[in-house]
Design a protein around this ligand. Structure first.
Ligand SMILES: Cc1cc2nc3c(=O)[nH]c(=O)nc-3n(C[C@H](O)[C@H](O)[C@H](O)COP(=O)(O)OP(=O)(O)OC[C@H]3O[C@@H](n4cnc5c(N)ncnc54)[C@H](O)[C@@H]3O)c2cc1C
Length: 424
C-alpha cells in the first residue's frame, strides 16, 4: 500500500465530503465527527428523505446502532412482526412461519423498522454538527496533488481532502470516479416496489401477509396511525426497459399484478393514490475496488446486496463504521485507511451477496411447484432448531466490528493535538 500524506499541515483538520444522506452517509459522518474530522454532506433531495419501506434490522447493523447508543430509539420506532403469513386467492392461510424462531436464533436482537425512520434517526444524530447541503449533487470530481476539487450543480465548487460516495445503488460519485453504472450492476431479474396507504380496510397487526403466485409476490403489513405498507416483488420481463416515470411504474405494476385474487384489486387501486411509490430493479453492485485515489464508496454504492439480503441497511451502517474507524486510525494516510477498510469488510459482504442471490426464488418462485416447496420449507422454519440448522450461518453475521475505544493511532494522534476531537 502506498502511504500518502493527507495534508502538509498536520494541524489542519481532515475535510471529508460525503455524498448521500441515507443510511451509510450519516453513520459515517457521525463516527468521523466523533474522531474530529470535518464533514460536509450533500444530498440530492431537498430535505431529509422520510420515504422507504419496512426493513428488517439485525446483525452487524444492530451492533453499530448499539455503539451509537441508538438502539432503544430504533426499537421504539420499530415494529415487532410475529408472523409471515402466506394466503391463497381467497385470503385463507396456506402457510408461513412464526418469527419467534428467528428471534430465538438471533437472541432477540431483531426487529423491523421503516427505512425512513432509520434514516431520520441517523439524520437527527448529525444535524447541527455536520455541514449539510440539500438539493444539490456533485457534477465533477477532480483529484489534484493534495486535495480534490468538487463541482456541484448549484453551489460553488469547493476543495476537500477526501470524497465519499454514500449515494446508493445509482451512485453519482461512483459514476464520476469509477465508471458507468452498467459496469458494476448485476440485475437479479426482479423489480421491487413499495408504497403506503392510509385507512386501508384490512389490518393484521404484527403480521406480514403475502399472496404469491408464480413470479409475483405482494404483501402488506399494518403500521401505526392507521397506515399500511405494501411490497411488490416480481420477475422482470426479459429485455423489458425500466418504466421511465412514476405513472409508467404504476401502470407496469397494475399490468403485472392484474388479478382478482386476494386483495390485489384493492391494493392496485390504492397504488394509484400513493404519493410515495418506491420502484427499482433488484440489483447488486460489485465494484472491483472500493476506492480510487482520494475517492471511496460505502453502502449500496459499492456493495449493494439487494433487498434479497434483507440487510442492506445494516451492511451500509457497518461498512460506514469500519471506514470511519480506519480513517480515524490513520487520518493522515488515506490510501492505507481505504485499503484496510476494504480488506476488513469486503470478504464479509462478498459472502453475504452470494447468499442473497440464492434467496430470490423465496419471494417470487417461478413455478407452482417452486411455490409449494417454498411454503413447505417456510413452515418448517418456524421451528427454532430447523431455523438454526438451515439458516443459522446465513443469518448470523460473523464479523467483528473493530473497536474505536482501543484505537492507539487515534488516541495518540489526539494526545499529540493532531486531531481535534470535539466530542471528548
Ligand atoms: C424494497 C426494498 C426492501 C429492502 N429491505 C431491506 C431490509 O429488509 N433490510 C435491510 O437492511 N435493507 C433492505 N433494503 C436495502 C436498504 O434500504 C439499502 O441497502 C440501504 O438503504 C443502503 O443504504 P445507503 O445509505 O447505502 O443508500 P440509500 O439508503 O439508498 O441512501 C442514498 C442516499 O443518497 C442520495 N443520493 C442519491 N443520488 C445522489 C446524488 N447524485 N447526490 C446526492 N445524493 C444522492 C439518496 O437520495 C439517498 O438519500 C431494501 C431495499 C429495497 C429496495
Amino acid at each position: 500500500v502506498r502511504v500518502v500524506p493527507i495534508s502538509r499541515s498536520r494541524r489542519r483538520r481532515l475535510r471529508v465530503l460525503i455524498s448521500g444522506i441515507g443510511i451509510a452517509g450519516p453513520t459515517l459522518a457521525w463516527w468521523l465527527m466523533r474522531a474530529g474530522i470535518a464533514v460536509t454532506m450533500v444530498e440530492r433531495a431537498p430535505a431529509p428523505r422520510a420515504d422507504g419501506y419496512m426493513i428488517d434490522f439485525w446483525g452487524v447493523g444492530y451492533d453499530v446502532a448499539e455503539r451509537m447508543d441508538l438502539i432503544d430509539e430504533l426499537r421504539n420506532r420499530g415494529y415487532f412482526i410475529d408472523e409471515v403469513r402466506f394466503v391463497n386467492a381467497r385470503g385463507e392461510k396456506i402457510g408461513g412461519l412464526e418469527l419467534e424462531s428467528l428471534r430465538t436464533v438471533l437472541n432477540g436482537r431483531f426487529f423491523s423498522i421503516l427505512r425512513g425512520d432509520l434514516a431520520r434517526a441517523l439524520y437527527d444524530r448529525i444535524a447541527g454538527n455536520a455541514e449539510l447541503i440539500f438539493g444539490d449533487t456533485v457534477t465533477s470530481i477532480e483529484e489534484r496533488a493534495s486535495d480534490v476539487l468538487v463541482e456541484f450543480e448549484r453551489n460553488r465548487s469547493r476543495t476537500f481532502d477526501l470524497v465519499i460516495g454514500a449515494d446508493g445503488l445509482h451512485s453519482r460519485v461512483r459514476e464520476l470516479a469509477f465508471g458507468p453504472q452498467e459496469e458494476f450492476e448485476t440485475k437479479l431479474g426482479y423489480y421491487a416496489a413499495s408504497f403506503f396507504a392510509h385507512r386501508y380496510p384490512y389490518r393484521d397487526e404484527r403480521a406480514y401477509v403475502s399472496y404469491t403466485s408464480p413470479r409475483r409476490h405482494v404483501a402488506r403489513y399494518a403500521l401505526r396511525d392507521d397506515r399500511a405498507a405494501f411490497l411488490f416483488v416480481c420477475v422482470a420481463p426479459r429485455e423489458a426497459a425500466d418504466p421511465p416515470d412514476v405513472r409508467a411504474q404504476k401502470d407496469f405494476l397494475r399490468r403485472m399484478f392484474s388479478s382478482n385474487a386476494w386483495e390485489i384489486d384493492r391494493i392496485t387501486t390504492a397504488l394509484y393514490s400513493a404519493e410515495d411509490l418506491y420502484f427499482d430493479r433488484v440489483s447488486q453492485i460489485f465494484t472491483p475496488r472500493w476506492s480510487n485515489g482520494r475517492v471511496a464508496l460505502v453502502g449500496d454504492a459499492c456493495f449493494c446486496p439487494s433487498l434479497l439480503a434483507g440487510q442492506g441497511a445494516a451492511f451500509a451502517m457497518a461498512g460506514a463504521y469500519v471506514l470511519a474507524h480506519e480513517l480515524s486510525a490513520t487520518p493522515e494516510h488515506y490510501a492505507a485507511a481505504f485499503h484496510s477498510y476494504e480488506e476488513r469488510f469486503r470478504p464479509f459482504v462478498d459472502r453475504k451477496q452470494l447468499a442473497a442471490r440464492r434467496i430470490g426464488s423465496w419471494f417470487a418462485p417461478r413455478s407452482k411447484l417452486g411455490l409449494a416447496w417454498r411454503n413447505g420449507v417456510s413452515a418448517l422454519l418456524s421451528i427454532p432448531f430447523v431455523m438454526r440448522q438451515t439458516l443459522g450461518s446465513a443469518l448470523l453475521d460473523r464479523f467483528e466490528l473493530p473497536d474505536f475505544e482501543r484505537m492507539p493511532a487515534l488516541n495518540s494522534a489526539i494526545q499529540q493535538g493532531r486531531v481535534t476531537n470535539e466530542y471528548r
